[in-house]
Design a protein around this ligand. Structure first.
Ligand SMILES: Nc1ncnc2c1ncn2[C@@H]1O[C@H](COP(=O)(O)OP(=O)(O)OP(=O)(O)O)[C@@H](O)[C@H]1O
Length: 351
């Protein structure tokens, strides 16, 4: 696909003059948290009908917004932005680096609304043949509204780059928190899995399968709440049956390892792997001797749960990690599982 075609595929965007991204403003961690809090204050009010109309306006984003109740909290819709372009933002500290570009902290100049601006280099997307994947990611993520799913407010492009205007996740990558802690206490793990189950229930209701659930794809908001991100492998599957092989090895379910058709139940399997990794500190089917050994362990459901894991957690993990997708416990049952009930009282009241 040519650059111009790709540009056309993310249509209705303003084209900036191609300004460079300075990283001069370099706020420390405390300041980042302050910025995230100030954002939260701005968005913490009920969404009115008028607001919803603004959200639906085609100039807000290239994808049409749906008129539907917003799950979880009021949508952090931010200011009533129109015609996105780089000049609208004051660019701050780089938040991280991905495969195809950097992510910067940015502030919308007029309103002071803080976002994460993700840059993707078009030439690299084309070279890696993932233009379709990016387009799908944008289409899917910009239509999602849930407190545990990272918002994509909009997107624009210049000659060389695509910019995604993302919700700023004040506490960064969950993966880093997990590596630092080695493993989470069960009450923390249960809180995260509860929020993940809610996010997935919302996605599945909209016939979206994430297909790439893993700690690296989860960010944390300012209150330490889950923000599921990275919809690069997700599919909108009204038919509920897909056969493409993708995803990360350790989190792949048997039906995908075996190249069979798969449904939204792949995310249930990955939720089981995630539960295990949160509590134990490593994924259950990891095999140092190589990929094919991991594949075999997944296909056999060769699951060994250490004895320090509570019986309730063990029960939930084994109910999620069933070879047969149909036998996996439902998300509705996950949130009511005894492991959740055991720990729920220790979470803050707004779960
Ligand atoms: N919305 C956000 N809020 C805060 N930090 C973010 C946000 N998005 C990304 N980051 C930070 O920037 C880093 C790079 O993000 P990015 O999504 O580009 O990379 P990635 O997760 O490796 O994705 P990919 O695999 O698509 O390259 C992340 O690891 C994270 O630390």
């Amino acid at each position: 696909m040519s650059d111009s075609k790709l540009a056309g595929s993310v249509n209705q965007l303003s084209i900036s003059s191609g300004s460079t991204l300075p990283s001069s403003a370099n706020p420390g961690r405390q300041q980042l948290l302050k910025l995230a809090v100030s954002n939260q204050r701005q968005v913490n009010y009920p969404v009115t009908k008028k607001d919803s109309r603004v959200l639906e306006g085609k100039r807000y984003s290239s994808s049409k917004q749906k008129d539907e109740p917003i799950a979880g909290v009021p949508s952090p819709m931010g200011p009533q932005w129109r015609d996105f372009h780089i000049g609208m933002f004051e660019i701050g500290k780089p938040l991280g680096k991905g495969k195809f570009g950097r992510v910067y902290l940015a502030k919308e100049k007029k309103t002071g609304f803080v976002v994460a601006l993700k840059t993707l280099h078009k030439s690299e997307l084309i070279h890696s043949r993932i233009e379709k994947q990016v387009r799908r990611e944008i289409e899917i993520q910009s239509n999602l509204r849930h407190k545990n799913i990272l918002r994509l407010f909009g997107h624009f492009h210049d000659e060389k780059r695509i910019f995604l205007i993302l919700e700023f996740a004040g506490r960064g990558e969950l993966y880093q928190h997990l590596r630092r802690a080695s493993r989470f206490p069960e009450s923390t793990a249960a809180k995260y899995i509860y929020q993940m189950a809610n996010a997935l229930a919302y996605l599945h209701k909209k016939h979206v399968i994430h297909r790439d659930i893993k700690p690296e794809n989860i960010l944390l908001g300012i209150d330490g709440e889950i923000k599921l991100s990275d919809f690069g492998w997700s599919v909108h599957a009204p038919s509920n049956r897909r056969t493409t092989l993708c995803g990360t090895l350790d989190y792949l379910p048997p039906e995908m390892v075996e190249g069979k058709e798969h449904t939204e139940k792949v995310d249930l399997w990955s939720l089981g792997v995630l539960t295990y990794e949160f509590i134990v500190g490593a994924p259950p089917f990891e095999d140092v001797s190589g990929h094919s050994a991991t594949y075999k362990r997944i296909a056999k459901v060769d699951l060994k749960i250490p004895s320090f894991v509570s019986p309730e957690a063990k029960d939930l993990i084994t109910r999620l990690l069933r070879h047969s997708p149909e036998q996996r416990i439902s998300l509705e049952q996950v949130v009511k599982h005894p492991w959740m009930l055991k720990h729920k009282a220790s979470w803050s009241s707004d779960q």
